[in-house]
Design a protein around this ligand. Structure first.
Ligand code: GDP
Ligand code: ZN
Length: 302
């Protein structure tokens, strides 16, 4: 029997069913048998963001015939006795790291961790500082400016007042993004400011297991009305979707590169050692002492 074959993007995985966006239409799909996951290594055969070819059956229903190669893969180890790789989102190309100018105040160590994770995953980075309406403009100084010098795009925003929303929208247009940041900084509010109603689905999809536990493993991708999509899932929001390797840490601290390997002792832990180039640079203000602290706290000096 002949069926029309179309391409689409997996938006959500609900057990054996996959919701696929095909040019704005939602098709509920099953998987062709040969595409079932490898139970020894994979937590799921497909993730939100995967590009697939599907055969359309009756209206709104289809069968996924083929998964197209991924350009990137954000994964973590799934919980359970046997650790399985769980892809949180496929084909993401940039991270939107959201913090707030106030309420809550930015934890720069967490911000630095997100930058390391995004760098390690090969993602471009947007650092979006929300709630700018709560502070005077001149209070948003050097602590944040540093991030534009290390290659992040820095956007000051206020979901309430509208600052930075057009800029954020332009930065997201036609791109595949993942949003992360601590709770309470205004991620849902920013999504709603970008496109009214956008964040509603993220709250809808949380479901409760039969034991009454709220599950946080649902993965959702929000197609943007102005092109592209943004993944906004509990798993991706939190620090820790990626284990930090030393090379990943070093790569995300280009501001320290001129001084690394310049200490008197090759085993320097950059604490109180004589001739520590990192400490000298921090004392002279050539690098941010706070960034050095983040670097050491993450284990960059191991
Ligand atoms: P999320 O947990 O990161 O999704 O944060 P929410 O979007 O739920 O926002 C958390 C709280 O911050 C809510 O009370 C929002 O009304 C408030 N909020 C969000 N954006 C802004 C903003 O731009 N300015 C101010 N003053 N408050 C904001
Ligand atoms: Zn040193």
């Amino acid at each position: 029997m002949d069926h029309t074959v179309v391409e689409g993007t997996v938006v959500e995985n609900r057990g054996a069913l996959f919701e696929v966006d095909v040019e704005g239409r939602r098709i509920m799909c099953l998987l062709r048998g040969k595409l079932k996951r490898d139970k020894r290594t994979q937590a799921a055969p497909l993730a939100a963001g995967d590009r697939v070819k599907l055969a359309l059956l009756e209206p709104g229903r289809g069968v996924i015939e083929q998964v197209l190669p991924r350009t990137s893969d954000l994964s973590r180890r799934a919980a359970g006795s046997v650790p399985l790789a769980q892809t949180l989102a496929a084909n993401v190309d940039q991270a939107v790291i959201v913090f707030a100018a106030a309420e809550p105040r930015t934890n720069f160590y967490f911000l630095d961790r997100f930058v390391v994770m995004a760098t390690a995953s090969g993602l471009d980075q947007i650092v979006c500082i929300n709630k700018c309406d709560l502070v005077a403009a001149d209070a948003l100084g050097e602590d944040y400016a540093l991030y534009s010098r290390i290659g992040c795009r820095l956007i000051f925003a206020s979901a309430h007042r509208g600052d930075g929303i057009a800029e954020l929208r332009a930065a997201l247009t036609d791109r595949r993004s993942v949003m992360c940041g601590p709770s309470g900084v205004g991620k849902s509010s920013l999504l709603n400011a970008l496109a009214p109603g956008l964040s509603l689905r993220t709250t809808e999809i949380g479901y409760t297991t039969h034991k009454g536990r709220h599950t946080t493993t649902s993965r959702t991708l929000l197609p943007l009305p102005f092109g592209g999509w943004i993944a906004d899932t509990p798993g991706l929001r939190q620090v820790g979707f990626h284990e930090l390797g030393r090379d990943d840490i070093v790569a995300a601290f280009p501001d320290l590169h001129p001084y690394l390997g310049r200490c008197r002792y090759s085993s320097c832990a950059h604490q109180q050692e004589e001739g520590c180039a990192i400490r000298v640079a921090a004392e002279a203000g050539a690098v941010s002492a706070r960034r050095v602290k983040s670097f050491l706290q993450m284990g960059g000096a191991r």
